[in-house]
Design a protein around this ligand. Structure first.
Ligand code: F6P
Length: 519
């Protein structure tokens, strides 16, 4: 039992020994704390100096990682072992960013050549769309790309496309439709010309209710345009999926499908053909740079000693907060408007992966797993929920994220942006020790991490995403979870289906259905 293990017990003791030490005392304990409690790799720095972690606690956390076999499990993942035990699948999104002379094996077969074949096909397609070799049914260049997908088939691509706005290819506008609420689709179709619009139907399974409903409505919309025929679908509908039968049954020709393998989990799929909307938005050179950044983080994760390993330390800080200091949530606070969808993306990555209460052996567990994640870009969040972060009754650890280089011509904005962020980390740590009046007293003692990258380039964004992917993997190993299934989500899907079938029974038309039928 994890909670009876020596490493866990040692951490409980260390918590008891330090629980009354104020964070600012940790911070002032050593002059070189910022250097000592930082890790830098390839232009990305994690600074965790403002946490209640000293050398003894760090060593004890590393002992926990060692005890739980983090390195062995990491090696199993990279070796293509079927560590997703409930679905009997390998977990190999790292192979999607492998260089073509590397080898990743699933069932004894090197999968890297297939990955590169698909990447090369995607590149030819993106270039053809950009240079006008691929046109709509009336011979016009594509201007609007609409990605139809949900969960991992939406959040990653939407977040990255938003984050890399300065790299956008001129002449292409990208929209994302995910919600079954028709408000989403109608907004993306508003002002669209059928002959210059390209739909990417992104779904690993090609069965997800929301995506298929939106895809059917998009097809209907397209076919309702003047002189558009079923043959023209091949010019306007692309499938990103693992399920060729369902793609062709829907009416998209197999040649228009960009495949990926079942060892790519939905929430880890932006690096696969699911990322086609990203590549169409930023061009293929930049898409390859995104993959290159993730690859750099993979290499670091595979090779750096635990204490210098950024994903491992970020995970261990989270375990210290969740399981020993009993903090139940985590605020993701990018000081970058470009990263405004990053908290939503991380919600799925973390909470769908580690929001579990049984372990890999299907035993009920008694310790906390995924925290509740939420966040907004700074400085906007400061004028919304930061009051609670500073003076609320719950302590919420924060990840502050920023790029150090300014947006050209706006250096003053950037200095103010960074000054706000650093001021927040100090305010959270030190508080304000004035007894009078009590409403102006702040305990402080609230921990935060800093993640700083040189610039929000495709390379560094790739690194940042892979950092959190591996962090969540490490936490899953420590908590003894399978981070790669999502049975809770499946329950909601099947209950919706039964409810729809039940209320349809005996009704002559959809117009006969009333709210009472749903209750
Ligand atoms: O939300 C549940 C889920 O299964 C996610 O894991 C996945 O990213 C999403 O649905 C979409 O699935 P698909 O890509 O198969 O449409």
């Amino acid at each position: 039992m994890l909670t009876d293990s020596p490493a866990w017990k040692n951490l409980e003791t260390l918590y008891q020994d330090t629980k009354h030490t104020h964070l600012s005392d940790f911070y002032t304990m050593a002059d070189d704390r910022n250097a000592d409690f930082s890790i830098t790799h390839d232009g990305l720095t994690l600074n965790y100096a403002k946490t209640h972690i000293d050398h003894a606690i760090r060593n004890a956390l590393i002992d926990l990682a060692t005890q739980q076999g983090v390195e062995d499990w990491r090696d199993k993942m990279f070796a293509g072992d079927k560590i997703n035990n409930t679905e009997d699948r390998a977990v190999l999104h790292v192979a999607l960013r492998a260089q073509n002379d590397e080898t990743y094996t699933v069932n004894g077969r090197n999968v890297v050549p297939d990955v590169h074949d698909t990447l090369d096909r995607m590149e030819r397609f993106v270039n053809a769309v950009h240079n006008g070799d691929w046109t709509g049914y009336r011979g016009k260049k594509i201007k609007r790309v609409i990605n139809v997908g949900i969960g991992g088939s939406d959040l990653g691509p939407a977040m990255v496309t938003q984050a890399l706005q300065p790299y956008h290819h001129e002449g292409i506008e990208t929209y994302f439709v995910s919600n079954i609420d028709a408000a989403d689709l109608t907004a993306a179709l508003h002002g669209a010309d059928a002959d210059t619009t390209l739909f990417l139907i992104a779904s690993k399974t090609f069965t997800t209710q929301e995506t298929m409903e939106n895809a059917r409505s998009a097809k209907q919309w397209f076919l309702s345009q003047e002189d558009a025929t079923a043959d023209d679908i091949s010019k306007h509908f692309i499938a990103l999926s693992t399920n060729e039968d369902a793609v062709t049954a829907f009416g998209i020709p197999a040649d228009n499908m960009f495949p990926f393998a079942d060892w790519v989990g939905g929430r880890f799929s932006l690096w696969s053909s699911i990322g086609l909307s990203i590549a169409l938005s930023i061009g293929f050179k930049n898409f390859r740079a995104l993959l290159g950044g993730a690859h750099s983080m993979d290499h670091h994760f595979k090779s750096a000693p635990l204490q210098d390993n950024m994903p491992v330390m970020l995970a261990l800080i989270g375990v210290w907060h969740r399981n020993f200091r009993n903090y139940g949530s985590l605020a993701i606070l990018p000081y970058s408007q470009y990263l405004k969808r990053f908290p939503a993306f991380l919600q799925q990555l973390d909470m769908e992966s580690n929001g579990k209460s049984v372990n890999r052996d299907e035993q009920k567990i008694t310790y906390g797993t995924s925290p509740v994640l939420f966040g907004e870009p700074g400085t906007n969040g400061q004028h919304a929920f930061y009051q609670m972060l500073h003076q609320g009754t719950d302590i919420v650890p924060c990840d502050f994220i920023a790029a150090l280089s300014p947006i050209p011509h706006y250096e003053d904005h950037h200095h103010k942006l960074l000054a706000n962020m650093f001021a927040q980390t100090t305010a959270l740590m030190d508080g304000r020790q004035t007894p009078d009046p009590p409403c102006r007293h702040f305990d402080g003692n609230r921990p935060s991490n800093l993640l700083l990258c040189d610039a929000l380039s495709p390379h560094h964004l790739g690194m940042l995403i892979a950092l959190y992917e591996h962090k969540i993997f490490v936490q899953g190993i420590i908590w003894e979870l399978n981070s790669f299934d999502q049975w809770g989500v499946e329950l909601g899907k099947s209950l919706t289906k039964s409810l729809l079938e039940k209320i349809a029974l005996g009704k002559k038309s959809k117009h006969d259905i009333s709210v009472e039928d749903y209750l």
